[in-house]
Design a protein around this ligand. Structure first.
Ligand code: MTE
Ligand code: MO
Length: 260
């Protein structure tokens, strides 16, 4: 699938505001008053109906499990102990001075401490993590929905993707392109199960799993779930990031859209 959805931000927000799922029946042409509908109007309604039908599966929830299904040992993968300077010093203070930056194409850039994040309404979910390498683990995750932060910051109309910049360098390069980053579109960003988790298995997130904060985007493969998130940016294109493919692993050949 091509990066960037056909849906506008307003359509997405409206869809979720209506209760999480887009009403497929909302596009009936018959309900429009006769006489005033131009050919153009008709074409527009049809296009929207087709878009909604095609994209509806992306709004469904990933399966959630009971606590008894939690995998006893959740395998950490990729970076498990970043030695980047900013991360090491933040960790030494137990992340007391750490702040999540929210910026880019937003009306109100924000800077949030862990205490700020914990004070926000949160979602807890027990989900299965599928790594592209072929293993899966079930874990519990808790944190604010990404939509809460994005709504507070206010996306500018040009925003099409959300990028996550991480603390860890997974590959040593001369130009910083070995730093982990990820990006998702606004459909995933506003999905109700897309959260920024500070808790895993009912305990503070451990360093090996991305402390102090990691993304959970449950309809996608593991490499989309950025650990050690330091900065979030609303962007209109990811062409200028890294090698231009939208994420660390995408720059090394993986699919940008890793839906499951
Ligand atoms: N910052 C960062 N995020 C990352 C990675 C990484 O190396 N660095 N690895 C990814 C991959 S491939 C997977 S499967 C999961 C692993 O998460 P876990 O360590 O909690 O199991 O994190 C993803 N997010
Ligand atoms: Mo992975």
């Amino acid at each position: 699938m091509k990066p960037g959805s056909l849906l506008s931000r307003r359509t997405i927000l409206r869809g979720f505001a209506a209760g999480g799922l887009l009403p497929l029946a909302g596009c009936s042409l018959d309900s429009r008053s006769p006489g005033v509908m131009s050919i153009l109007d008709k074409a527009e309604s049809l296009t929207q109906a087709v878009q909604r039908a095609l994209l509806a599966p992306r709004f469904t929830l990933a399966p959630e499990y009971p606590p008894g299904a939690i995998t006893p040992y959740f395998k950490p993968n990729g970076s498990i102990d970043p030695d980047d300077q900013a991360y090491v010093s933040a960790r030494q203070q137990n992340f007391a001075g750490w702040k999540l930056e929210v910026g880019g194409l937003v009306e109100r850039p924000m800077s949030l401490s862990l205490a700020d994040l914990r004070a926000l309404p949160s979602r807890s979910q027990i989900t299965r993590h599928d790594c592209v390498e072929g293993w899966s683990c079930i874990g519990q995750w808790k944190g604010p929905q990404l939509s809460t932060l994005l709504n507070a910051a206010g996306l500018k109309p040009q925003a099409r993707f959300i990028a996550f910049f991480c603390a860890d360098t997974l590959e040593q390069t001369l130009d910083d392109t070995g730093r982990y980053y990820e990006s998702i579109d606004l459909v995933d960003a506003f999905h109700p199960q897309t959260i920024l988790a500070y808790e895993m298995n009912y305990a503070p997130l451990k360093v090996e799993n991305g402390a102090p904060l990691r993304l959970r985007v449950e309809r996608q493969l593991g490499y989309k779930m950025a650990k050690y998130v330091m900065r979030i940016e609303a962007i209109d294109s990811f062409a200028a990031l890294g090698h231009g493919q939208g994420g660390f692993w995408e720059d090394r050949g993986y699919e940008w859209y890793a839906g499951i």
